[in-house]
Design a protein around this ligand. Structure first.
Ligand code: ZN
Length: 384
């Protein structure tokens, strides 16, 4: 029986010869394709186990194949020529390292093993924790595997892209934007950048639209920038103060008073707020003093409350109905209001049929003293 060597075995022989001759092969063996530990063989008569390509194998004998542990369990010892050794992860006092079946080991950079990336220093030891390579930061878990995506490291969150590079600045993940600070930590809460404020929730996702923070509402535009001042949304007006907080209830803006609902919508027209009625014009400005709405005239106090009943303005009495409308050209009790709604005093009113006195009150059977004097004079003249 002639010597027969499988084709794969030729390659191993050549590789081993190259290594023996000191020819660098550049450590390009992908560990995923590391040769299985089972490929050792032995003869029934020999006391050693070998790689199948070992030149010392007596191939005139029938070869048995099995794993190194199989061979050991049979009391066999490794051949000193082909030196079959366990490949894969090894640990010693300095840490973890990775041995290839040919006896070489991973070192000096990134190596993919079992679908994960590991980094080995020049001495061949696996790195863990933070690692800077070419100005990029990477994080290697305690198992040495390079992490990607979101990772909580210590008390902070970090985001690594698919290549494991730690991200900084604005980063879109899924449908949300996140801000990763210069040291890679994910920002949360308020963030000021280039004179704009942003709000990042507890998940780190940048807020857009309305957002409630500590019982106050804020509005962020599509780019996440906090808005201030007047805001028109869906035909409704809102006001955000200089700190971005949405106005609700009464608010004084540029010297004028406005009223907003609890959801921040600016109100216009007649509004009953608390007990009184108020009038807010089409721009939302609270009216004071006399105001004509439609055919009626109303009187609003300095604080905007609509007044009713008798009211004195600049020394003149007026009467306002329960609806607030000013009465005019009519009696209110014993008092007469002229066309302008002013209570008339010391005059004949209502077509000259009645007389109101100094206090505006109707004086029944009033006789004009002057007229009666004139009458007397008249009479005296007549008599005379
Ligand atoms: Zn051997």
């Amino acid at each position: 029986m002639g010597i027969s060597i499988k084709r794969d075995d030729y390659l191993k022989v050549i590789l081993t010869m190259m290594i023996a001759l000191g020819i660098s092969v550049g450590m390009v063996l992908p560990a995923d394709q590391a040769y299985a530990d089972s490929e050792v063989c032995w003869t029934t008569s020999g006391g050693k186990y070998h790689y199948s390509w070992c030149p010392t194998l007596n191939r005139s004998h029938y070869l048995r194949y099995g794993s190194i542990s199989d061979a050991r369990s049979r009391g066999l010892t490794p051949c000193k020529v082909c030196r079959p050794i366990s490949s894969g992860w090894q640990q010693d006092g300095n840490g973890w390292w990775y041995r290839y079946p040919d006896g070489t080991y991973a070192s000096g950079g990134w190596v993919a093993i079992g679908g994960k990336w590991y980094y080995f220093n020049n001495a061949g030891y696996m790195r863990t924790g933070w690692l800077n390579v070419d100005d990029n930061w990477y994080y290697l878990s305690s198992s040495g595997a390079m992490v990607t995506g979101w990772n909580k490291i210590g008390s902070s969150w970090y985001y690594m892209d698919a290549s494991g590079v730690m991200q900084t600045g604005w980063t879109k993940v899924g449908s949300s934007w996140y801000y990763l600070q210069e040291n890679g930590t994910m920002a949360t809460g308020w963030l000021q950048l280039d004179d704009s404020w942003y709000y990042l929730g507890s998940s780190g996702a940048m807020a857009t639209g309305w957002v409630q923070v500590s019982n106050r509402w804020y509005y962020m535009n599509g780019s996440g920038e906090m808005q201030t001042g007047w805001l028109v949304l869906g035909g409704k007006c809102y006001y955000l103060n200089e700190k971005g907080a949405m106005a609700a209830g009464w608010a004084q803006i540029d010297g004028e008073w406005y009223h907003f609902t609890s959801s921040g919508v600016m109100q216009t027209g007649w509004q009953k707020i608390g007990k009184p009625w108020y009038y807010l014009n089409s721009s939302g400005v609270m009216a004071t003093g006399w105001m004509k709405v439609g055919e009626s005239t109303y009187l609003l106090s300095e604080t905007g409350a609509m007044l009713t009943g008798w009211q004195k303005v600049d020394g003149v009495w007026y009467f306002l109905e329960v609806s607030g409308a000013r009465k005019s050209n009519c009696w209110v009790g014993n008092y007469w209001l002229n066309d302008s709604g002013e209570m008339v005093i010391n005059s004949w009113v209502d077509g000259g049929r009645y007389y109101v006195g100094e206090d505006g009150k109707w004086i029944p059977d009033y006789t004009d003293p002057k007229e009666s004097v004139e009458g007397v004079e008249c009479n005296s003249v007549t008599v005379a």
